[in-house]
Design a protein around this ligand. Sequence first.
Ligand code: ADP
Length: 490
Amino acid sequence: MSERHLLVLDAGTTSTRAMLYASDGARIAMAQADITQFYPWPGWVEQDAAEIWDQTLDCARQMVAQAGGADRIAAIGITNQRETVVAWSRRTGAPLARAIVWQDRRTADVCDRLREAGHESLIQQRTGLIIDPYFSATKMRWLIDHVPAVAEAGSDLALGTVESWLMWKLSGGLHVSDASNASRTQLMALDGAAWDGALCALFGVPLPALPEIVDNAGRFGATLPDLMGGAIALCCLAGDQQAATIGQGCLAPGAVKATLGTGAFILAPTGDALPRSTHRLLGTVLCQIGGQRHYALEGSVFVAGSLIQWLRDRLSLIATAVDTDAIARSVPDNGGVFLLPALSGLGAPHWRPEATGRITGLTHGTGRAHIVRAALESIAHQVHDLAIAFAADGASWHGLRIDGGMSANDWIAQDMADMLDLPVERPADVETTARGAAMLAGVGAGLFPTLEAATILAPGRVRFDPMMSPAIRTQRLAGWRALLGAGAAT
Ligand code: ADP
């Protein structure tokens, strides 16, 4: 039989993509389509679930054609933007409202009330998550409270996150979610196999509207034959950050990955031990295979690549993101300049939404390059703060694997190795999210016996070893700490 490929559908926040992998891990082709973002009110972010489906199907069809037909594809894997909520009709398969996107803050007041009513410690204990509009539960309740079509749907109502929605459409009515996505809803206990009745009652989400929670890899069903010229096995569902962790080969405790995109998401597997943070990190399901659950600790930094966009678009200090590497190298050091990138508050581990950014240490000698360099240095400093929080939670790092658009910057990669005093590795192909989904789909389809075996799909890596003297590192850390104290106090 001719070689069969793996097809990954990566439904991201700003675009949806389909990628075709050969069984040796080589990426053969990719199709991509943008997703329209709707901002009806300040703090609200919506998407059209029908568009997500249409664009995903269109991209998938292009890849099936490239592969030479549906029978050339061994399995489909789905990975997705997490926490975003879709409500649809079981009868018609059509959305009942716009999808509420993970960044949407409309339920902030509901979250305040839950916190004031003293529910935070129970929720954190059970779900590993803090109370925040970021997560799905309050978004689901909002739809029921504010959209008549959702409120009146009764038993016709189906709720789910994006992987659930795509599975329904691809399979023609299979209503499932996976443990990694379910762990971001605030409706599943970290160690619970199914939805938690008490949490559903607390948030006011009807259990019958929710999907069944399944593994991340397995034979869940097949695509409707008419969609792509033949039925294709549906073998993986996974949240994007969990998929990226797997795609980086970070499967066991001690490994850690940082995805440096618009923001930065850092996940460290904790094995089958339940992650319990006392330092404001999140506990999350990394993956579940054969009913066996593996967990991770997660820290998110709100501002990473968006700082570079700010330097370019608001300050006009740089022409392109790529230029920052050469500009940082054009000066021997930061010239005493430090930059706190709290442009939308500070995320983990500080969680200070009220903090604002600042630049300190300016003199007549300060030039553009010093400010750009201080901005790049702030990325390693933020990651270093998380390294300390992870260590305090018992998950010390021994190295860091990076990916995402910003990881292409060699200067940042080296600075991170220097500040963490750890080796930093970057894969040759930084599309780790899709690769992780391909690995899971390969396991689900039976091409690999385990995820460890599927790591042969992983590409080679470039390594950055620490080279900074301890004296300079100490000086940098002292400068950052002084800045952080001042910024956090505002
Ligand atoms: P996302 O998936 O969040 O949309 P990406 O992983 O595509 O983000 O990364 C894009 C971000 O990375 C942008 O914010 C951009 O400013 C930043 N970026 C891209 N290339 C570089 C570079 N060479 N140096 C620094 N930052 C970069």
